[in-house]
Design a binder for this molecule. Structure first.
Ligand code: MG
Length: 203
């Protein structure tokens, strides 16, 4: 199982970080050990002083594929959930300045919180799924999948050009604006449409 994450897929988030808009989807990976197991908190790591939350829609891949054509991409997922792509923003900035890979800022243990999943057919509008994040009870991020620069089908086509995707893989699809820091004691609550999907304590 692997976790594939898309970066810079919402214009309002690109603007808030003053990043450049990539021509093609930008992706990176997190290992299996990044997943926070059900019921466990996020433990603030000692190598960063600036851990940010990024809520993202997460699709679970349901079959193996390579070089997936756009018209077939929708057959590679049946369920969607929400997750947090925890990011050591200070470390990431340093990586970007030095031109080195991002793994130590993005792929560390506990850097991927993932909710339960719901079937795509249970959603009213699967092409414009609303998702949001509350920090300590206050909404800090609120997005819709229709705002993605590259939609999930394009992402699957792009990623599978380079990497075989397999049943059970997770695809994080990028975060909208509103990312920000967490500190120990904070609680994050992730919503898909109006349903609370996951509550997470920062320790
Ligand atoms: Mg992200």
């Amino acid at each position: 199982m692997k976790i594939i994450c898309i970066g810079r897929n919402y214009r309002d988030h690109i603007a808030e970080l003053r990043s450049a808009t990539p021509k093609a989807p930008l992706f990176f990976m997190k290992p299996e050990t990044a997943i926070i197991r059900a019921g466990l908190p996020f433990f603030y790591p000692d190598f960063s002083k600036e851990i940010h939350y990024e809520i993202e829609l997460v699709y679970r891949i349901c079959k193996l594929g390579k070089h997936i054509q756009p018209r077939f991409a929708h057959t590679y997922y049946k369920e969607v959930g929400v997750g947090i792509d925890f990011t050591a923003r200070d470390v990431q900035r340093e990586c970007q300045q030095n031109g080195t890979p991002w793994e130590i800022a993005k792929a560390f243990d506990g850097s991927a919180a993932i909710s339960d999943f719901v079937p795509m057919e249970s959603l009213q509008n699967p092409n414009d799924i609303r998702f949001s994040l509350k920090k300590n009870g206050e909404t800090v991020q609120d997005g819709r999948s229709g705002m993605m620069i590259h939609d999930v089908d394009s992402l699957i086509t792009h990623v599978s050009k380079y990497v075989t995707i397999k049943m059970g893989d997770y695809l994080f699809t990028g975060t909208p604006a509103g990312v920000g820091p967490v500190v120990p004691g904070d609680t994050l609550e992730l919503f898909l449409e109006n349903t609370s999907m996951l509550r997470l304590l920062i320790k």
